[in-house]
Design a protein around this ligand. Structure first.
Ligand SMILES: CCCCCCCC(=O)SCCNC(=O)CCNC(=O)[C@H](O)C(C)(C)COP(=O)(O)OP(=O)(O)OC[C@H]1O[C@@H](n2cnc3c(N)ncnc32)[C@H](O)[C@@H]1OP(=O)(O)O
Ligand SMILES: Cc1cc2nc3c(=O)[nH]c(=O)nc-3n(C[C@H](O)[C@H](O)[C@H](O)COP(=O)(O)OP(=O)(O)OC[C@H]3O[C@@H](n4cnc5c(N)ncnc54)[C@H](O)[C@@H]3O)c2cc1C
Length: 627
């Protein structure tokens, strides 16, 4: 019934202060206050309706996204929202759009790789959205291998310009979000050619469309690459294709913080690592880790609430059937994902600190932690997105048949999230970067260079010092095993950051105890999953392994009465969750039934096509039957 909280009894079981846990999840009282205010602003505004998304044809869907982005920008300016509040508003609008790349990559690229003068020129235009930008790096033929990009930027000393060109079909820019139909400018990655010499990949600001009539400029061919996975989902984004036919740009539109080209055509590489040209990707990877905890917690919130509502089997003498959340199999699938959501939240907080620390060090030309920052952002982006994508799908399965309905919110959540395993770096390619970093660390053990930070534990690998094996030779052959080692390294980082979080002062009755239980579930479920490795290497005895499994089951029982309160602490509105199964009040069946009749297919009791295609069949059958 309306107005009844079908999960009230579950909420009464909580053994901790949920309001205090909301602050832990939000990161601070201030963050919680801003989140509450902006989430309500969006949820209460019918302009941000999103329950129709999976039913709109692509052109209508896309136009609707443009409308929402424009309306959001209007509200941001009307309400004079801060950058923090504006970012929260775009988060709660919950719709992938060109603005993600404008604010999430185009502006950071200029901030990270533009000179002060270039920032002064371009950032004010971008902040006021007088230009709209995207990040055009990937090509039809190359995405992972950035050094293999083919677009060229050839310096012309006669005119003090770069000539941007797409020499081959495979050099066509392909995938950049916001590129296809909206962006007026792009930070474009191209091979810098001076006097016939190839200086490798650099970033250039290129205008793509007229600011008068939005038509592509001369030499520019640009469009959308077509429909992507799932209804709605990422089809609100115009991922584009872009070709250059000898497009000329002024020399001062090469991003020149890391390296410069003088008026005379002299190439100057500042004494900084060339990899700083990848800085925007490192920034986005650490953002993606924070995003993973948001997406995973949304799916877990839906699956947990529905698992408490759903009853199946187990009725005694006509009494109520068993809540599926009480089945140990349901708990063993669901609670590790609940624990992972919290674990990723905390490792995301730490990674943001690491990234900020590295950026401060770069200001002082201290590059000592850049390799670790690259390895951590690459590895944790890979780990958290893989677990989250698989976790959203598992949450769909945890909801049985109703999880497959669009009104569960889970199919679209999966479809919009799953490319995170690919964009910003294919997850395996990134894990190979971590493996390379770990093997480099191993090769330095015994040379007096003690590992520190997240690899300090490797200093204790004494036996490797004797092997002195040729790490390079075996890398390709053993890459699959090395990727597994890279995953384990990243899982160790997540566990250690969860433990460090627990060593902080965490206010609120029972809050720390719940987080300790979740931390235990996180590492014991990993130990259970990989117990073969621990047993094979004698790090665990069979008895210890059995004890760990017993402890894991005990923790499931400890978390069970708190499960609903632990997902309430995510503080997601019904609008944001957009899921009948995940409703705060648990009023699932009446709302599922109500929603079904709103489907356009039910606008008529006899479907379009009956008279043309079904009736003749039936009549034919009837005729045959009479023969
Ligand atoms: C809101 C979110 C929306 C997201 C939308 C999605 C946007 C996008 O997808 S944008 C495009 C993303 N594309 C990618 O991520 C491409 C992935 N590929 C790469 O990053 C590179 O090609 C990579 C790292 C795999 C290889 O780079 P390459 O220059 O060949 O380096 P490589 O030869 O492997 O390594 C050379 C050294 O550089 C180091 N290095 C590589 N990358 C980095 C980096 N980013 N930072 C610091 N060091 C680095 C390596 O560790 C290595 O160090 P060492 O010599 O000490 O071992
Ligand atoms: C939704 C979406 C949005 C995107 N947005 C943008 C954007 O805004 N801007 C932009 O520039 N790009 C964007 N991209 C492109 C994205 O960054 C690339 O697709 C991504 O970097 C993967 O590169 P790839 O497609 O070349 O994959 P590939 O590298 O071709 O991967 C194919 C397979 O080869 C394997 N592989 C590749 N190299 C190796 C190796 N050395 N060793 C072992 N295995 C290997 C991979 O693991 C994978 O299994 C987007 C992509 C998607 C899907």
């Amino acid at each position: 019934m309306e107005g009844v909280d079908h999960l009230a009894d579950e909420r009464k079981k909580a053994e901790f202060n949920v309001e205090a846990m909301k602050i832990v999840w939000a990161g601070s009282q201030h963050n919680l206050e801003v989140s509450n205010r902006i989430s309500k602003l969006v949820a209460d505004d019918p302009a941000f309706r999103k329950d129709d998304r999976t039913m709109l044809p692509r052109k209508e869907l896309f136009k609707n996204t443009l409308r929402k982005a424009a309306y959001a920008w209007k509200r941001i300016n009307e309400l004079r929202l801060s950058e923090e509040e504006a970012s929260k508003l775009r988060f709660y609008v919950d719709e992938t759009a060109y603005t993600d790349l404008h604010w999430g990559m185009f502006i950071p690229a200029i901030k990270g790789q533009g000179t002060d003068e270039q920032q002064r020129k371009w950032l004010p235009l971008a902040y006021k959205m007088q230009i709209i930008g995207c990040y055009a790096q990937t090509e039809l033929g190359h995405g992972s291998n950035v050094q293999g990009l083919e677009t060229t930027a050839t310096f012309d000393p006669h005119t003090d310009e770069f000539v941007i060109h797409s020499p081959t079909l495979t050099s066509s820019k392909w995938w950049p979000g916001g590129l296809g139909k909206v962006s007026t400018h792009a930070v474009t990655y191209a091979r810098l050619i001076i006097d016939g010499k190839d200086h490798g990949v650099h970033g250039f600001i290129v205008q793509l469309r007229s600011l008068e009539d939005h038509r592509p400029l001369p030499g520019i061919t640009v469009g959308d690459i077509g429909m992507k996975f799932g209804n709605g989902a990422y089809n609100t984004m115009d991922n584009g294709v872009l070709r250059f036919d000898h497009v000329r740009i002024p020399r001062n539109q090469m991003l020149m913080k890391v390296s410069q080209v003088t008026r005379e055509g002299k190439y100057k590489q500042s004494d900084v690592p060339r990899q700083l040209v990848y800085g925007t990707m490192v920034y986005v990877r650490q953002r993606i880790v924070a995003d993973a905890s948001c997406y995973l917690s949304r799916a877990v919130c839906i699956a947990t609430r529905y698992s408490a509502v759903r009853r199946q089997f187990g009725s005694q003498n006509g009494g109520p059937e068993t809540q599926v959340i009480d089945y140990k199999t349901q708990q063993s699938r669901l609670f590790p994902l609940l624990a992972s959501a919290y674990a990723f939240r905390f490792v995301g907080e730490w990674l943001e600190w690491l990234y900020t620390d590295v950026m401060q060090r770069l200001q002082a030309n201290d590059f000592s932690t850049l390799p670790e920052a690259h390895a951590c952002t690459a590895g944790l982006k890979s780990l958290t997105t893989s677990v989250t994508a698989d976790g959203i799908e598992e949450c769909r399965k945890l909801c049985g048949g109703h999880g497959y309905l669009c009104t569960s919110g889970l199919p679209e959540l999966f479809a919009v999230y799953v490319p995170a395993c690919t964009y910003e770096g294919d997850n395996i390619v990134l894990l190979l970067q971590v493996a390379r970093f770990l093997m480099k660390t191993v090769s330095q053990i015994g040379t007096g260079k003690q590992p520190v930070g997240t690899i300090a534990y490797m200093g204790r690998i004494e036996h490797l010092m004797q092997c002195r094996c040729n790490v390079q030779r075996g890398f390709a052959e053993l890459s699959a095993d090395l990727v597994e080692a890279a995953v384990a390294h990243c899982q160790l980082i997540v566990v250690s950051k969860f433990i460090e979080k627990l060593q902080q002062d965490i206010p609120g009755e029972g809050v720390k105890q719940q987080l300790e239980a979740l931390c235990g579930i996180y590492y014991l479920s990993l130990l259970h999953k990989h117990q073969g490795d621990f047993l094979a290497t004698s790090y665990l005895t069979p008895k210890q392994s059995a004890l760990a499994n017993d402890q894991l089951r005990a923790l499931y029982s400890k978390v069970r009465p708190n499960a609903i309160a632990l997902v309430d602490a995510f503080n997601y509105s019904d609008h944001f969750l957009s899921s009948i199964l995940g409703r705060y009040d648990g009023n699932v069946y009446p709302k599922l039934y109500e929603a079904a009749w709103k489907d356009p297919l039910n606008e008529s009791v006899v479907p379009d096509g009956y008279h043309e295609y079904v009736r003749p069949l039936l009549k034919q059958q009837l005729h045959t039957a009479r023969l």
